[in-house]
Design a protein around this ligand. Sequence first.
Ligand code: GLA
Length: 675
Amino acid sequence: MKSNKGAAVFLSAVMFGTAVVPGFFGNVQAEAASEAVVLYSNDFEEGDTADFTGRGGVETIGVTTDKAHSGTSSMLVSGREEGWNGPQFSLSDRCEAGVEYTVSAWVCPKWYNTINLSMEYTDAGGERHYSNLSSQGGDGWMEFSDIKVSFSDDVTNVYVYIEGSDTCDIYVDDFILKKAAVHDIEDIPSLKDVYADYFKIGGAVTASELAPTTTKNLVLKHYNSITAGNELKPDSLLDYKATVATGSNTDPQVNLNNARSILSFCEKNNIPMRGHVFVWHQQTPDWFFRENYEEGGEWASKEVMLQRLENYIKNVFAALAKEYPNLEFYAYDVVNECYLDDGSARQGGANNGSQQTSPWVQIFGDNSFIEPAFEFARKYAPEGCKLYYNDYNEYIDGKTNAIYNMAMDLKEKGIIDGIGMQSHLDTGFPTVAQYEKALAKFASTGLDVQVTELDITTNDTSAAGFEKQAEIYSGILDACVKYADSISAVIFWGTTDETSWRGDRCPLLFNGDYTAKPAYYAIIDGIESTGTTTTTTTTTTDTTTTTTDTITTTDTTETTTDTTVTTTETTVTDTETTTTETETTTITTETSSSETTTTETIPTDILYGDLNLDKTVSMVDIIYLNKYIADVIKFNAEQTANADCVDDDRIDSSDSNALLKYLVNKVSSLPVAAE
Ligand code: GLA
């Protein structure tokens, strides 16, 4: 059956401006966390395929009883002349920007094919973009199950579509579009506030990653620096048609179309950005390096490339200043990844092969393009924008030394401000000590250091694996705090494990459902609270109002916000606490043989969850509990009794889960029954 059930309810909610904001943001009109809602489903039993059109305009789309995944009918797409021909379904008509949806379908090609479930949209400049959401190969029914899709408010003509590796007939059945579940953002300390005395805490986001409201809320709560994951790289910015249209061989044109949703989000919410990146051997189109911009043509000369480089940097800064005058770029990666681990330069070559060769080295013969890149960046960067060299494996001696020497040289010339340590780490390598050694060396340059792309993968995704990951995270952040005088920002590469580029090895602080992992708790543990204001600016939906909710964590702090908003609410809240008078009985044991006296205090009234024994239950106790479970600290008798939050005479992760649920109001009291 075909059904539009749910759509009316949802769309009217959007039209009336219901805010898609988690429930805990003070008095903000909030849409609570919710389950997924089916907006459209079609099992093709009623013979209706009107919502699907052919992408190529040549396909025949109808219903058949030849094959079915469920019932007796399916949609048959025949007459496809190209692999990319196939059925498309419009999301623009049914979905809202900034909201997350899922698409499910069963697809059966007539013979073996790779089937793609993909998405298309048109950006603000009229350019069409295509991205693959999920792929599978096979010759029978293949399930695409709850594949996530979302888009930002500056795009149009959004479709999901199905295509194959050749032109065979395709059967489709049980197509379902849902509005995805809305998640709460946990009421836990904001990372940017916890570290406010030390450095900025930020994250990289891609435009699609930032599209769901829940992600925006996570970002707004925890980050005060944003890096565009892809959207300010040369392949996103360079505009081939406009470049060729200049008739000049040296003036590459750019447009900001791919970056707009991130740039406007940051501008609107006053979040300073790290620019990333001007010069890199990857994600830069081949034509940029070729004579007359001819893909695969003759390499351009060094002289031509120097002019292109200068004009490219000039044009990017000019476009940003013109179109986003209120957006602050406090840092910019000028050059990325020029050294191999032994400190030598990359091999020269095209960047479209599997080798990590560099067209920059191909044209310059060595790394001598680094210096002019910094000169040009210095010449055109806005005031206050610091300039960085950025690299990975930066903790391997050969590379550390090469970066150090280059940076010292450019420092002498006054054209570099800092070194970016990408910090894509793993629980197995490097050790915290190795990492700290590189950090110390970079700090000794007197330049600023930024941790620019931090993530720490783990192959072990058991509770023990995540505790180990938490330990390494804690060690790395402790090292950063130690060198805080030299570090101005620590940036995570992403938001949640689900959207991370290394998601299969769960490298970030938050799970796919936006809950904090042990690594989060480990890095806030022991960081001196600043007592400063927590300001959370919440964009409710892209189409409705922007609402600011300001929460102070002390009773006395005056709160202000300079964000431009339509509504400002100030709420003074105490940290969530439960205080109970605890009666204690003192047992004194006299041991005649050794003539010593042992005094042990055993509680008669257990306060479940109070693990630091401050007579209150708060997020800090989670840290104690997790540390105990990870065997990092020991508990005394009172703590042991208080820790058993599921009352099963054992202390393990079920107790920390129960405690977390209690703190986020998912259960009203402790202990809870073990699951
Ligand atoms: C490098 C780059 C980043 C990003 C990651 C992978 O670290 O500097 O821009 O592409 O790889 O996502």
